[in-house]
Design a binder for this molecule. Structure first.
Ligand code: AQP
Length: 333
């Protein structure tokens, strides 16, 4: 049976190496497997859960599509579309928000992190974000959802919502219960400035991340300035575990090399960071530079990007509108 793959990326600018290694690179592999039907969504409704400048949002939508294509997703093989253009997402999210329980949402750690200390001032959208994410996934009968490790909890909530809907309305198997596809290793890339914080688009310091639009010199400079410690590189995983910044850099290297962690540790055991960073820079530049150049090229061809979104929206709408009609019947509308 074909796997139905769904995943989304927020068009909030500064797409980075964490998004690439944790998610987008896996999208490319899944897209290349003919056994899969893939849908990749630019989740612009999610983006506005925190304030966005409308002009920037528009250009970030183009940039996200350009990044998908530049990374190797073929729009002929996969559906690429923007969420706001398929109205069934918002409608299903409302219906599912009447199924999801407050207690479930109260446990979501991403809301706590993003809302910070002053939760009263966070938008309701930021709080109910995982319900919209559940709608995105469930509308397409998705069987598998490739995401970074940070989205694991939201995926579990999506499964709970689907099960409760199926039980409440006695429609066994109506919503497919999706499986997360999270790489066992290297599924959470950390900030270059703090090995305990996730590499993130919204982090103020640009030096904390490698953007997928960074050029060669920027990449080399950021890796040179990445936080490390005073010791030579360790020889065991146990030692590495105690050194978050070193661990993050070695994990990035391993991920790019498609190497077991221990192999990378063996390669650099006892060496100093300058030698390691030189090798790491070379690998990051080799992987990211061609993507960055292609993104810039594609951004000069808005007509092509618009065409991808238009065709993707038509295909997505066809699937989603059928599912929402069935949801209406089940609910009793
Ligand atoms: N640091 C990361 N390591 C591995 N995977 C990551 N992802 C995000 N950060 C990392 C994965 O990338 C996909 C798209 O993420 P998103 O843009 O939809 O949302 P996010 O997780 O909120 O991304 P950011 O960069 O952290 O943005 P801000 O700063 O706006 O919160 C997802 O599959 C995610 O797991």
């Amino acid at each position: 049976m074909k796997k139905k793959i769904f995943s989304g990326v927020q068009p909030t600018g500064n797409l980075h190496l964490g998004n690439y290694l944790g998610a987008i690179r896996n999208f490319v592999d899944l897209n290349n497997d003919t056994q899969n039907e893939c849908i990749f969504c630019v989740v612009d409704l999610h983006a506005i859960t925190v304030s966005q400048n409308p002009k920037d949002l528009k250009s970030n939508i183009y940039e996200t599509v350009a990044t998908f294509v530049a990374s190797g997703i073929d729009p002929k093989k996969s559906i690429i579309f923007n969420q706001s253009h398929v109205s069934a997402h918002s409608e299903t999210a409302w219906i599912l928000s009447c199924i999801a329980r407050m207690g479930w949402l109260n446990r979501m750690t991403q809301f706590k992190e993003k809302a910070g200390k002053d939760k009263e001032k966070a938008s309701i959208g930021l709080y109910s974000y995982p319900v919209l994410m559940a709608a995105d996934i469930l509308l397409y009968d998705s069987t598998h959802v490739p995401v970074g490790d940070d989205q694991k909890q939201h995926l579990e909530l999506c499964r709970d919502i689907a099960q409760k809907f199926n039980n409440d309305f006695k429609v066994k198997d109506f919503f497919t219960i999706p499986e997360p596809l999270i790489k066992k290793e290297f599924s959470r890339i950390m900030s270059l400035k703090d090995g305990l914080s996730k590499m993130s688009k919204s982090e103020v310091s640009d030096l904390s991340r490698i953007n997928l639009t960074d050029d060669k010199d920027q990449i080399i400079n950021k890796i040179k300035k990445a936080k490390t410690d005073a010791l030579p590189l360790p020889s065991t995983i146990e030692e590495l575990e105690k050194r978050p910044e070193a661990k993050n850099l070695i994990c990035i290297y391993s991920s790019l090399m498609n190497n077991e962690l221990q192999n990378s540790i063996d390669e650099f055991a006892g060496k100093n960071f300058s030698e390691f960073k030189e090798k790491l820079s070379e690998k990051v530049v080799n992987e990211i530079n061609p993507i960055s150049l292609k993104i810039k090229d594609l951004l000069n061809d808005k007509v092509f990007l618009e065409k991808i979104l238009k065709e993707g929206c038509e295909k997505a709408n066809e699937i989603a509108s059928k599912k929402i009609r069935e949801i209406h019947k089940i609910v009793g509308f």
